[in-house]
Write a protein that binds this ligand. Structure first.
Ligand SMILES: [Zn+2]
Length: 79
């Protein structure tokens, strides 16, 4: 069985991640990443440890955990 994939942008200047999408197949994620890179965006694909239940990737704490960050809502507020 194939793991789900998430797509994220990494901003080296802010040292911050933004989640673009999650629960994608590997092929969907690769397509998404190459589309974003064509626009000059620093996009990456990562394998998820498990499927995520939230439909909104932007507020998904499981995404944050998979990329080794604390929940994005908290991070944004603390800075
Ligand atoms: Zn997620």
């Amino acid at each position: 069985m194939q793991n789900e994939n998430l797509v994220l942008l990494f901003s080296a200047r802010d040292n911050a991640y933004s989640i673009i999408d999650h629960n994608l197949t590997e092929d969907e994620a690769k397509t998404s990443v190459s589309g974003l890179r064509k626009q000059g965006l620093p996009a990456f694909r990562m394998e998820q440890r498990s499927p995520h239940f939230l439909t909104d990737a932007g507020g998904c704490c499981a995404c944050a955990k998979d990329i080794g960050a604390s929940c994005l809502g908290e991070t944004a507020r603390r800075r």
